[in-house]
Design a protein around this ligand. Structure first.
Ligand code: ADP
Length: 526
Protein backbone atom coordinates (compact mmCIF):
# COMPACT_ATOMS: atom_id res chain seq x y z
CA UNK A 1 0.00 0.00 0.00
CA UNK A 2 1.50 3.39 -1.00
CA UNK A 3 1.62 6.39 1.26
CA UNK A 4 -0.98 8.82 -0.11
CA UNK A 5 0.32 12.38 -0.19
CA UNK A 6 -1.54 15.59 -0.97
CA UNK A 7 0.92 18.35 -1.88
CA UNK A 8 -0.48 21.90 -1.71
CA UNK A 9 1.79 24.53 -3.30
CA UNK A 10 1.18 27.28 -5.85
CA UNK A 11 4.57 26.87 -7.51
CA UNK A 12 4.39 24.59 -10.58
CA UNK A 13 8.16 24.08 -10.35
CA UNK A 14 7.76 22.41 -6.97
CA UNK A 15 5.41 19.81 -8.47
CA UNK A 16 7.88 19.10 -11.22
CA UNK A 17 10.81 18.87 -8.82
CA UNK A 18 9.00 16.55 -6.44
CA UNK A 19 7.95 14.22 -9.26
CA UNK A 20 11.53 14.11 -10.49
CA UNK A 21 13.07 13.39 -7.10
CA UNK A 22 10.46 10.81 -6.03
CA UNK A 23 10.18 9.26 -9.51
CA UNK A 24 11.43 5.85 -8.34
CA UNK A 25 9.31 5.80 -5.21
CA UNK A 26 6.25 6.68 -7.30
CA UNK A 27 7.11 3.99 -9.87
CA UNK A 28 7.73 1.42 -7.11
CA UNK A 29 4.32 2.23 -5.67
CA UNK A 30 5.71 3.65 -2.37
CA UNK A 31 4.19 7.09 -2.86
CA UNK A 32 0.96 8.19 -4.50
CA UNK A 33 0.96 11.99 -4.90
CA UNK A 34 -1.88 14.38 -5.75
CA UNK A 35 -1.20 18.10 -6.26
CA UNK A 36 -3.30 21.17 -5.44
CA UNK A 37 -2.48 24.86 -6.07
CA UNK A 38 -4.12 26.29 -2.93
CA UNK A 39 -6.12 25.40 0.19
CA UNK A 40 -9.46 25.63 -1.54
CA UNK A 41 -8.52 23.15 -4.25
CA UNK A 42 -6.95 20.89 -1.64
CA UNK A 43 -10.16 20.79 0.42
CA UNK A 44 -12.10 19.74 -2.68
CA UNK A 45 -9.64 16.92 -3.32
CA UNK A 46 -9.90 15.77 0.31
CA UNK A 47 -13.66 15.46 -0.04
CA UNK A 48 -13.30 12.80 -2.73
CA UNK A 49 -10.02 11.14 -1.66
CA UNK A 50 -10.51 9.46 1.69
CA UNK A 51 -7.23 7.57 1.23
CA UNK A 52 -4.99 10.66 1.81
CA UNK A 53 -2.56 10.04 4.70
CA UNK A 54 -0.31 13.10 4.71
CA UNK A 55 -0.59 16.71 3.52
CA UNK A 56 2.48 18.71 2.57
CA UNK A 57 1.41 22.33 2.46
CA UNK A 58 2.91 25.70 1.65
CA UNK A 59 1.73 28.67 3.73
CA UNK A 60 1.55 31.64 1.41
CA UNK A 61 -0.89 30.74 -1.34
CA UNK A 62 -3.64 32.58 -3.29
CA UNK A 63 -7.37 32.08 -2.55
CA UNK A 64 -6.87 30.16 0.69
CA UNK A 65 -3.63 30.31 2.64
CA UNK A 66 -1.99 27.45 4.52
CA UNK A 67 -3.22 28.52 8.00
CA UNK A 68 -6.92 28.63 7.03
CA UNK A 69 -6.44 25.36 5.22
CA UNK A 70 -4.83 23.77 8.33
CA UNK A 71 -7.75 24.92 10.51
CA UNK A 72 -10.23 23.24 8.19
CA UNK A 73 -8.20 20.03 7.98
CA UNK A 74 -7.92 19.92 11.75
CA UNK A 75 -11.65 20.31 12.08
CA UNK A 76 -12.70 17.66 9.59
CA UNK A 77 -9.94 15.14 9.00
CA UNK A 78 -8.63 13.96 12.34
CA UNK A 79 -6.56 11.07 11.02
CA UNK A 80 -4.63 13.11 8.39
CA UNK A 81 -1.36 14.72 9.47
CA UNK A 82 0.03 17.88 7.87
CA UNK A 83 3.65 18.89 7.33
CA UNK A 84 4.16 22.58 6.51
CA UNK A 85 6.76 23.84 4.05
CA UNK A 86 8.20 27.23 5.04
CA UNK A 87 11.11 29.47 4.22
CA UNK A 88 14.27 28.74 6.18
CA UNK A 89 14.30 30.48 9.57
CA UNK A 90 10.67 31.61 9.31
CA UNK A 91 10.05 30.79 12.98
CA UNK A 92 6.90 32.90 13.27
CA UNK A 93 5.08 30.93 10.53
CA UNK A 94 6.36 27.61 11.85
CA UNK A 95 5.08 28.43 15.35
CA UNK A 96 1.66 29.48 13.99
CA UNK A 97 1.36 26.39 11.84
CA UNK A 98 2.26 24.06 14.73
CA UNK A 99 -0.36 25.83 16.89
CA UNK A 100 -2.91 25.05 14.18
CA UNK A 101 -2.23 21.34 14.44
CA UNK A 102 0.58 20.81 11.91
CA UNK A 103 2.50 17.65 12.81
CA UNK A 104 5.93 18.75 11.54
CA UNK A 105 7.61 21.27 9.25
CA UNK A 106 10.25 21.30 6.56
CA UNK A 107 12.11 24.30 5.21
CA UNK A 108 12.97 25.48 1.72
CA UNK A 109 15.20 24.85 -0.10
CA UNK A 110 14.03 21.32 0.47
CA UNK A 111 16.41 18.59 1.50
CA UNK A 112 14.68 15.61 -0.11
CA UNK A 113 16.34 13.05 2.11
CA UNK A 114 15.09 14.94 5.12
CA UNK A 115 11.64 15.14 3.49
CA UNK A 116 11.58 11.37 3.02
CA UNK A 117 12.43 10.81 6.70
CA UNK A 118 9.74 13.30 7.73
CA UNK A 119 7.15 11.57 5.49
CA UNK A 120 8.10 8.18 6.98
CA UNK A 121 7.84 9.48 10.56
CA UNK A 122 4.53 11.23 9.86
CA UNK A 123 3.12 8.13 8.21
CA UNK A 124 3.85 6.03 11.32
CA UNK A 125 1.84 8.52 13.36
CA UNK A 126 -1.03 8.42 10.82
CA UNK A 127 -1.01 4.62 10.89
CA UNK A 128 -1.25 4.54 14.66
CA UNK A 129 -4.15 6.99 14.64
CA UNK A 130 -5.96 5.03 11.92
CA UNK A 131 -5.46 1.75 13.80
CA UNK A 132 -6.75 3.38 16.98
CA UNK A 133 -9.84 4.65 15.18
CA UNK A 134 -10.34 1.23 13.58
CA UNK A 135 -10.00 -0.54 16.95
CA UNK A 136 -12.48 1.88 18.49
CA UNK A 137 -14.89 1.32 15.59
CA UNK A 138 -14.49 -2.45 16.00
CA UNK A 139 -15.30 -2.26 19.70
CA UNK A 140 -18.33 -0.04 19.03
CA UNK A 141 -19.51 -2.40 16.29
CA UNK A 142 -18.99 -5.47 18.50
CA UNK A 143 -20.97 -3.86 21.33
CA UNK A 144 -23.74 -2.83 19.00
CA UNK A 145 -23.85 -6.32 17.42
CA UNK A 146 -24.09 -7.86 20.88
CA UNK A 147 -26.87 -5.51 21.92
CA UNK A 148 -28.71 -6.28 18.67
CA UNK A 149 -28.28 -10.05 19.16
CA UNK A 150 -29.48 -9.84 22.75
CA UNK A 151 -32.43 -7.76 21.70
CA UNK A 152 -33.41 -10.19 18.96
CA UNK A 153 -32.99 -13.15 21.36
CA UNK A 154 -35.21 -11.30 23.81
CA UNK A 155 -37.81 -10.66 21.09
CA UNK A 156 -37.65 -14.35 20.09
CA UNK A 157 -38.14 -15.45 23.71
CA UNK A 158 -41.01 -13.03 24.17
CA UNK A 159 -42.56 -14.20 20.90
CA UNK A 160 -42.30 -17.84 21.94
CA UNK A 161 -43.75 -17.10 25.36
CA UNK A 162 -46.63 -15.17 23.77
CA UNK A 163 -47.22 -17.88 21.17
CA UNK A 164 -47.21 -20.52 23.82
CA UNK A 165 -49.73 -18.53 25.85
CA UNK A 166 -51.92 -17.86 22.82
CA UNK A 167 -51.94 -21.55 21.87
CA UNK A 168 -52.52 -22.83 25.38
CA UNK A 169 -55.56 -20.65 26.00
CA UNK A 170 -57.73 -22.25 23.29
CA UNK A 171 -56.12 -25.64 23.98
CA UNK A 172 -57.50 -25.44 27.50
CA UNK A 173 -61.02 -25.19 26.05
CA UNK A 174 -60.42 -28.02 23.58
CA UNK A 175 -58.91 -30.43 26.11
CA UNK A 176 -61.36 -29.49 28.86
CA UNK A 177 -64.53 -29.62 26.81
CA UNK A 178 -63.53 -32.86 25.14
CA UNK A 179 -63.08 -34.35 28.58
CA UNK A 180 -66.45 -32.97 29.72
CA UNK A 181 -68.15 -34.46 26.65
CA UNK A 182 -66.53 -37.84 27.22
CA UNK A 183 -68.11 -37.90 30.68
CA UNK A 184 -71.61 -37.35 29.21
CA UNK A 185 -72.01 -40.94 28.06
CA UNK A 186 -71.47 -40.34 24.34
CA UNK A 187 -72.50 -42.84 21.63
CA UNK A 188 -69.69 -45.18 20.46
CA UNK A 189 -69.17 -43.22 17.22
CA UNK A 190 -69.08 -39.97 19.17
CA UNK A 191 -66.58 -41.51 21.59
CA UNK A 192 -64.32 -42.40 18.69
CA UNK A 193 -64.26 -38.78 17.51
CA UNK A 194 -63.80 -37.45 21.02
CA UNK A 195 -60.88 -39.80 21.63
CA UNK A 196 -59.29 -38.59 18.40
CA UNK A 197 -59.71 -34.95 19.44
CA UNK A 198 -58.21 -35.72 22.86
CA UNK A 199 -55.23 -37.56 21.35
CA UNK A 200 -54.58 -34.80 18.80
CA UNK A 201 -54.76 -32.12 21.47
CA UNK A 202 -52.30 -34.07 23.63
CA UNK A 203 -49.92 -34.43 20.68
CA UNK A 204 -50.15 -30.75 19.93
CA UNK A 205 -49.33 -29.87 23.52
CA UNK A 206 -46.28 -32.13 23.45
CA UNK A 207 -45.06 -30.37 20.30
CA UNK A 208 -45.62 -26.89 21.75
CA UNK A 209 -43.80 -27.84 24.92
CA UNK A 210 -40.89 -29.40 22.97
CA UNK A 211 -40.37 -26.34 20.80
CA UNK A 212 -40.57 -24.02 23.77
CA UNK A 213 -38.23 -26.14 25.86
CA UNK A 214 -35.61 -26.46 23.16
CA UNK A 215 -35.56 -22.76 22.43
CA UNK A 216 -35.28 -22.04 26.14
CA UNK A 217 -32.42 -24.48 26.59
CA UNK A 218 -30.64 -22.97 23.62
CA UNK A 219 -31.06 -19.49 25.06
CA UNK A 220 -29.69 -20.75 28.40
CA UNK A 221 -32.96 -19.76 30.03
CA UNK A 222 -34.17 -23.12 31.30
CA UNK A 223 -33.97 -23.21 35.06
CA UNK A 224 -33.08 -26.38 36.89
CA UNK A 225 -34.63 -26.64 40.34
CA UNK A 226 -33.03 -29.42 42.34
CA UNK A 227 -34.71 -30.77 45.42
CA UNK A 228 -34.99 -34.05 47.30
CA UNK A 229 -36.80 -36.60 45.16
CA UNK A 230 -38.00 -40.10 45.83
CA UNK A 231 -36.79 -42.04 42.84
CA UNK A 232 -39.12 -45.04 43.32
CA UNK A 233 -42.15 -42.76 43.43
CA UNK A 234 -41.05 -40.94 40.30
CA UNK A 235 -40.55 -44.18 38.37
CA UNK A 236 -43.92 -45.57 39.47
CA UNK A 237 -45.68 -42.33 38.67
CA UNK A 238 -44.17 -41.97 35.23
CA UNK A 239 -44.65 -45.64 34.32
CA UNK A 240 -48.25 -45.32 35.49
CA UNK A 241 -48.87 -42.74 32.79
CA UNK A 242 -48.10 -45.38 30.15
CA UNK A 243 -50.22 -48.16 31.66
CA UNK A 244 -53.17 -47.66 29.32
CA UNK A 245 -50.98 -47.32 26.25
CA UNK A 246 -48.94 -50.47 26.99
CA UNK A 247 -52.08 -52.44 27.76
CA UNK A 248 -53.55 -51.31 24.44
CA UNK A 249 -50.43 -52.56 22.62
CA UNK A 250 -50.28 -55.71 24.79
CA UNK A 251 -46.79 -54.87 25.98
CA UNK A 252 -45.40 -55.75 29.39
CA UNK A 253 -44.33 -52.67 31.35
CA UNK A 254 -41.96 -53.42 34.21
CA UNK A 255 -40.27 -51.15 36.72
CA UNK A 256 -37.33 -52.65 38.65
CA UNK A 257 -35.40 -50.79 41.29
CA UNK A 258 -32.22 -52.28 42.73
CA UNK A 259 -32.05 -52.69 46.52
CA UNK A 260 -29.04 -50.43 46.80
CA UNK A 261 -30.77 -47.52 45.05
CA UNK A 262 -31.19 -44.81 47.71
CA UNK A 263 -34.66 -43.73 48.73
CA UNK A 264 -34.05 -40.05 48.06
CA UNK A 265 -31.73 -38.30 45.65
CA UNK A 266 -31.06 -34.67 44.85
CA UNK A 267 -32.44 -33.81 41.42
CA UNK A 268 -35.03 -31.79 39.54
CA UNK A 269 -38.20 -33.93 39.65
CA UNK A 270 -39.94 -32.05 36.82
CA UNK A 271 -37.04 -32.49 34.40
CA UNK A 272 -36.33 -36.07 35.53
CA UNK A 273 -39.94 -37.01 34.78
CA UNK A 274 -39.74 -35.22 31.45
CA UNK A 275 -36.63 -37.18 30.42
CA UNK A 276 -37.98 -40.55 31.54
CA UNK A 277 -41.40 -39.79 30.05
CA UNK A 278 -39.76 -39.08 26.70
CA UNK A 279 -37.68 -42.26 26.74
CA UNK A 280 -40.61 -44.47 27.80
CA UNK A 281 -42.89 -42.82 25.25
CA UNK A 282 -40.38 -43.64 22.48
CA UNK A 283 -39.91 -47.19 23.77
CA UNK A 284 -43.67 -47.80 23.68
CA UNK A 285 -44.00 -46.07 20.31
CA UNK A 286 -41.32 -48.18 18.63
CA UNK A 287 -42.20 -51.56 20.19
CA UNK A 288 -45.02 -53.78 18.95
CA UNK A 289 -44.24 -57.02 20.80
CA UNK A 290 -42.64 -57.88 24.09
CA UNK A 291 -41.84 -55.46 26.84
CA UNK A 292 -40.65 -52.08 28.02
CA UNK A 293 -38.55 -52.13 31.18
CA UNK A 294 -37.51 -49.27 33.38
CA UNK A 295 -34.55 -50.09 35.59
CA UNK A 296 -32.82 -48.19 38.36
CA UNK A 297 -29.44 -49.39 39.56
CA UNK A 298 -26.42 -48.06 41.34
CA UNK A 299 -22.92 -48.56 40.02
CA UNK A 300 -19.92 -48.28 42.30
CA UNK A 301 -16.75 -48.41 40.26
CA UNK A 302 -13.96 -48.81 42.81
CA UNK A 303 -12.40 -45.35 42.64
CA UNK A 304 -15.29 -43.23 41.38
CA UNK A 305 -18.33 -41.62 42.91
CA UNK A 306 -21.57 -43.55 43.27
CA UNK A 307 -23.76 -43.31 40.19
CA UNK A 308 -27.46 -43.83 39.66
CA UNK A 309 -28.22 -45.42 36.31
CA UNK A 310 -31.74 -45.27 34.95
CA UNK A 311 -32.38 -47.42 31.90
CA UNK A 312 -35.36 -47.63 29.58
CA UNK A 313 -35.11 -50.87 27.65
CA UNK A 314 -37.46 -52.11 24.95
CA UNK A 315 -37.78 -55.12 22.67
CA UNK A 316 -38.82 -52.99 19.69
CA UNK A 317 -37.59 -52.30 16.18
CA UNK A 318 -34.16 -51.08 17.28
CA UNK A 319 -32.01 -48.45 15.61
CA UNK A 320 -29.58 -48.89 12.71
CA UNK A 321 -25.86 -48.09 13.21
CA UNK A 322 -26.07 -45.16 10.75
CA UNK A 323 -28.96 -43.53 12.57
CA UNK A 324 -27.69 -44.13 16.08
CA UNK A 325 -24.77 -41.70 15.61
CA UNK A 326 -26.94 -38.62 15.34
CA UNK A 327 -29.93 -39.81 17.32
CA UNK A 328 -29.52 -37.08 19.94
CA UNK A 329 -29.51 -34.27 17.37
CA UNK A 330 -32.56 -32.06 16.80
CA UNK A 331 -35.01 -33.19 14.13
CA UNK A 332 -33.35 -36.60 13.92
CA UNK A 333 -35.87 -39.08 12.57
CA UNK A 334 -35.51 -42.11 10.38
CA UNK A 335 -37.00 -41.07 7.03
CA UNK A 336 -38.65 -44.44 6.44
CA UNK A 337 -40.33 -44.32 9.84
CA UNK A 338 -42.16 -41.07 9.30
CA UNK A 339 -45.48 -42.84 9.05
CA UNK A 340 -48.59 -41.53 10.69
CA UNK A 341 -48.15 -43.91 13.56
CA UNK A 342 -44.60 -42.85 14.34
CA UNK A 343 -44.89 -39.18 13.66
CA UNK A 344 -43.08 -36.89 16.10
CA UNK A 345 -41.05 -33.73 16.12
CA UNK A 346 -37.64 -35.39 16.29
CA UNK A 347 -36.91 -33.08 19.21
CA UNK A 348 -37.55 -35.44 22.12
CA UNK A 349 -34.10 -37.02 22.37
CA UNK A 350 -32.31 -33.73 21.67
CA UNK A 351 -34.18 -32.21 24.62
CA UNK A 352 -33.46 -35.28 26.77
CA UNK A 353 -29.73 -34.98 26.10
CA UNK A 354 -29.66 -31.28 26.94
CA UNK A 355 -31.74 -31.77 30.08
CA UNK A 356 -29.56 -34.67 31.26
CA UNK A 357 -26.51 -32.47 30.77
CA UNK A 358 -28.14 -29.61 32.68
CA UNK A 359 -28.63 -32.11 35.51
CA UNK A 360 -24.89 -32.91 35.28
CA UNK A 361 -25.58 -36.35 33.87
CA UNK A 362 -24.87 -38.36 30.76
CA UNK A 363 -27.17 -40.13 28.31
CA UNK A 364 -26.24 -43.08 26.10
CA UNK A 365 -27.90 -45.62 23.86
CA UNK A 366 -27.28 -49.21 22.84
CA UNK A 367 -29.31 -50.67 20.05
CA UNK A 368 -29.28 -52.69 16.86
CA UNK A 369 -31.96 -53.26 14.25
CA UNK A 370 -34.69 -55.70 15.33
CA UNK A 371 -33.05 -56.26 18.72
CA UNK A 372 -34.62 -53.51 20.77
CA UNK A 373 -33.03 -50.40 22.27
CA UNK A 374 -31.69 -49.46 25.64
CA UNK A 375 -31.38 -45.78 26.62
CA UNK A 376 -29.49 -45.05 29.85
CA UNK A 377 -29.01 -41.91 31.86
CA UNK A 378 -26.54 -41.70 34.70
CA UNK A 379 -26.00 -39.20 37.47
CA UNK A 380 -23.56 -38.96 40.31
CA UNK A 381 -25.62 -39.23 43.47
CA UNK A 382 -25.36 -37.88 46.94
CA UNK A 383 -27.73 -39.61 49.30
CA UNK A 384 -30.31 -37.74 51.28
CA UNK A 385 -32.06 -38.70 54.43
CA UNK A 386 -35.51 -40.04 53.97
CA UNK A 387 -37.89 -37.18 54.47
CA UNK A 388 -41.49 -37.30 55.50
CA UNK A 389 -43.38 -37.78 52.34
CA UNK A 390 -46.76 -36.18 52.11
CA UNK A 391 -48.80 -38.92 50.58
CA UNK A 392 -51.38 -37.51 48.23
CA UNK A 393 -54.90 -38.32 49.16
CA UNK A 394 -57.03 -40.01 46.55
CA UNK A 395 -59.67 -38.10 44.64
CA UNK A 396 -62.69 -39.35 46.63
CA UNK A 397 -61.14 -38.34 49.92
CA UNK A 398 -60.32 -34.97 48.42
CA UNK A 399 -63.88 -34.37 47.27
CA UNK A 400 -65.26 -35.32 50.68
CA UNK A 401 -62.95 -32.82 52.31
CA UNK A 402 -64.29 -30.05 50.12
CA UNK A 403 -68.02 -29.70 50.59
CA UNK A 404 -69.92 -26.41 50.43
CA UNK A 405 -67.21 -24.52 48.64
CA UNK A 406 -67.87 -21.04 47.35
CA UNK A 407 -65.50 -20.33 44.48
CA UNK A 408 -64.79 -17.08 42.67
CA UNK A 409 -63.62 -17.92 39.16
CA UNK A 410 -61.87 -14.96 37.50
CA UNK A 411 -61.48 -15.68 33.79
CA UNK A 412 -62.02 -13.59 30.65
CA UNK A 413 -62.20 -16.42 28.11
CA UNK A 414 -65.84 -17.53 27.91
CA UNK A 415 -64.97 -21.09 26.85
CA UNK A 416 -62.51 -21.54 29.68
CA UNK A 417 -65.15 -20.30 32.12
CA UNK A 418 -67.37 -23.16 30.98
CA UNK A 419 -64.52 -25.69 31.31
CA UNK A 420 -63.56 -24.74 34.85
CA UNK A 421 -67.12 -24.19 36.09
CA UNK A 422 -68.51 -27.43 34.66
CA UNK A 423 -65.58 -29.47 35.91
CA UNK A 424 -65.92 -28.15 39.44
CA UNK A 425 -69.70 -28.52 39.47
CA UNK A 426 -69.43 -32.09 38.14
CA UNK A 427 -66.83 -33.13 40.69
CA UNK A 428 -67.89 -31.38 43.87
CA UNK A 429 -71.24 -31.47 45.63
CA UNK A 430 -72.80 -28.27 46.95
CA UNK A 431 -70.28 -26.09 45.19
CA UNK A 432 -71.17 -22.55 44.17
CA UNK A 433 -69.10 -20.87 41.46
CA UNK A 434 -69.30 -17.11 40.83
CA UNK A 435 -67.64 -15.76 37.70
CA UNK A 436 -65.82 -12.46 37.20
CA UNK A 437 -64.55 -11.55 33.73
CA UNK A 438 -61.64 -9.38 34.80
CA UNK A 439 -59.73 -8.17 37.87
CA UNK A 440 -62.05 -5.21 38.45
CA UNK A 441 -65.16 -7.38 38.51
CA UNK A 442 -63.31 -9.80 40.78
CA UNK A 443 -62.72 -7.07 43.35
CA UNK A 444 -66.38 -6.00 43.25
CA UNK A 445 -67.52 -9.59 43.78
CA UNK A 446 -64.89 -10.20 46.43
CA UNK A 447 -66.09 -7.20 48.46
CA UNK A 448 -69.71 -8.31 48.47
CA UNK A 449 -69.24 -11.97 49.37
CA UNK A 450 -67.12 -14.47 51.30
CA UNK A 451 -65.28 -17.00 49.15
CA UNK A 452 -63.55 -20.26 50.10
CA UNK A 453 -61.09 -19.85 47.23
CA UNK A 454 -60.39 -17.58 44.25
CA UNK A 455 -59.21 -19.08 40.93
CA UNK A 456 -57.47 -16.24 39.16
CA UNK A 457 -56.52 -16.00 35.49
CA UNK A 458 -53.55 -13.66 34.99
CA UNK A 459 -53.81 -11.94 31.62
CA UNK A 460 -57.16 -10.18 31.43
CA UNK A 461 -58.49 -6.92 30.03
CA UNK A 462 -59.36 -3.92 32.30
CA UNK A 463 -57.31 -5.26 35.25
CA UNK A 464 -54.95 -8.23 35.21
CA UNK A 465 -54.68 -10.96 37.83
CA UNK A 466 -51.58 -9.62 39.61
CA UNK A 467 -53.09 -6.20 40.13
CA UNK A 468 -56.37 -7.72 41.32
CA UNK A 469 -54.58 -9.92 43.87
CA UNK A 470 -52.57 -6.98 45.18
CA UNK A 471 -55.77 -4.98 45.62
CA UNK A 472 -57.58 -7.91 47.27
CA UNK A 473 -54.74 -8.47 49.72
CA UNK A 474 -54.79 -4.75 50.50
CA UNK A 475 -58.56 -4.78 51.07
CA UNK A 476 -58.27 -7.74 53.44
CA UNK A 477 -56.01 -5.74 55.73
CA UNK A 478 -55.23 -7.92 58.74
CA UNK A 479 -58.07 -10.37 58.03
CA UNK A 480 -57.30 -14.05 57.35
CA UNK A 481 -56.43 -14.03 53.64
CA UNK A 482 -58.68 -15.84 51.16
CA UNK A 483 -56.77 -18.56 49.29
CA UNK A 484 -56.01 -17.56 45.70
CA UNK A 485 -54.81 -19.99 43.03
CA UNK A 486 -53.42 -18.57 39.78
CA UNK A 487 -54.59 -20.29 36.60
CA UNK A 488 -52.41 -19.38 33.67
CA UNK A 489 -51.74 -20.43 30.12
CA UNK A 490 -48.17 -19.21 30.43
CA UNK A 491 -45.61 -22.00 30.62
CA UNK A 492 -42.87 -19.73 31.95
CA UNK A 493 -41.21 -21.06 35.09
CA UNK A 494 -40.74 -17.48 36.34
CA UNK A 495 -44.50 -16.96 36.24
CA UNK A 496 -44.94 -19.27 39.24
CA UNK A 497 -42.59 -17.19 41.40
CA UNK A 498 -44.24 -13.98 40.22
CA UNK A 499 -47.61 -15.36 41.34
CA UNK A 500 -46.35 -16.39 44.76
CA UNK A 501 -44.57 -13.05 45.16
CA UNK A 502 -47.72 -11.10 44.39
CA UNK A 503 -49.58 -12.82 47.24
CA UNK A 504 -51.17 -15.88 45.62
CA UNK A 505 -51.10 -19.23 47.40
CA UNK A 506 -50.62 -21.61 44.52
CA UNK A 507 -50.43 -21.87 40.75
CA UNK A 508 -51.84 -24.21 38.12
CA UNK A 509 -50.85 -24.09 34.45
CA UNK A 510 -53.46 -24.42 31.71
CA UNK A 511 -54.59 -26.73 30.21
CA UNK A 512 -55.19 -28.03 33.73
CA UNK A 513 -55.92 -31.51 34.96
CA UNK A 514 -59.06 -31.58 37.10
CA UNK A 515 -57.49 -33.92 39.68
CA UNK A 516 -54.53 -31.59 40.05
CA UNK A 517 -56.87 -28.62 40.41
CA UNK A 518 -58.90 -30.44 43.07
CA UNK A 519 -55.74 -31.34 44.96
CA UNK A 520 -54.54 -27.73 44.82
CA UNK A 521 -57.88 -26.41 46.03
CA UNK A 522 -57.87 -28.97 48.86
CA UNK A 523 -54.35 -27.88 49.72
CA UNK A 524 -55.30 -24.24 50.20
CA UNK A 525 -58.81 -24.41 51.67
CA UNK A 526 -58.05 -26.81 54.53
P1 ADP B 1 -39.65 -38.13 17.91
O1 ADP B 1 -40.53 -37.04 18.44
O2 ADP B 1 -39.63 -38.17 16.43
O3 ADP B 1 -39.89 -39.46 18.53
P2 ADP B 1 -37.11 -38.28 19.23
O4 ADP B 1 -35.98 -37.30 19.29
O5 ADP B 1 -37.70 -38.70 20.52
O6 ADP B 1 -38.20 -37.65 18.28
O7 ADP B 1 -36.61 -39.53 18.47
C1 ADP B 1 -35.93 -39.40 17.24
C2 ADP B 1 -35.94 -40.67 16.46
O8 ADP B 1 -35.12 -41.67 17.10
C3 ADP B 1 -37.29 -41.32 16.34
O9 ADP B 1 -38.06 -40.74 15.31
C4 ADP B 1 -36.90 -42.75 16.03
O10 ADP B 1 -36.53 -42.86 14.69
C5 ADP B 1 -35.64 -42.95 16.87
N1 ADP B 1 -35.92 -43.61 18.19
C6 ADP B 1 -36.00 -42.99 19.39
N2 ADP B 1 -36.26 -43.88 20.37
C7 ADP B 1 -36.33 -45.09 19.80
C8 ADP B 1 -36.58 -46.43 20.29
N3 ADP B 1 -36.79 -46.68 21.58
N4 ADP B 1 -36.58 -47.44 19.38
C9 ADP B 1 -36.36 -47.18 18.08
N5 ADP B 1 -36.13 -45.96 17.54
C10 ADP B 1 -36.11 -44.92 18.39
Amino acid sequence: MPIHLLVVDDEPDFEFLLCQRFKKRIQDGDYDIIFARNGKQALKILESHSEIDIILTDINMPEMDGFTFLDKVNEKYKSIKAVVITAYGDMENIRMAMNRGAFDFITKPIDFEDLEITIGKTFLEVKEIKEGIQAKDDVIRAISDKVKAEKSEQIKQQFLANMSHEIRTPMNSIVGMTDLLRRLDPRPDQSKYLNAIAASADNLLVIINDILDLSKIEAGKLQIKKTTVNIREILDEIAGLFKVKTEEKKLKLKVRVGNDVPEMINSDPVRLKQILGNLISNAVKFTDNGSVEVLAEVSIPAEKEKKLILTVKDSGIGISPTHINNIFESFSQIESLKTDKNRGTGLGLAICKQLVELLDGRISVESSLDNGSSFSIEFVIREHQLENINLSRDADQLCEAMSNLKVLLVEDNAFNVIVAKDFLENELDDIHVDVANNGMEAIEKFMSSDYSVVLMDLQMPVMDGYEAVRKIRHLEGGKRPTPIIAMTASAEAEERNKCLDSGMDDYIPKPFDIDVLLRKIAGVVN
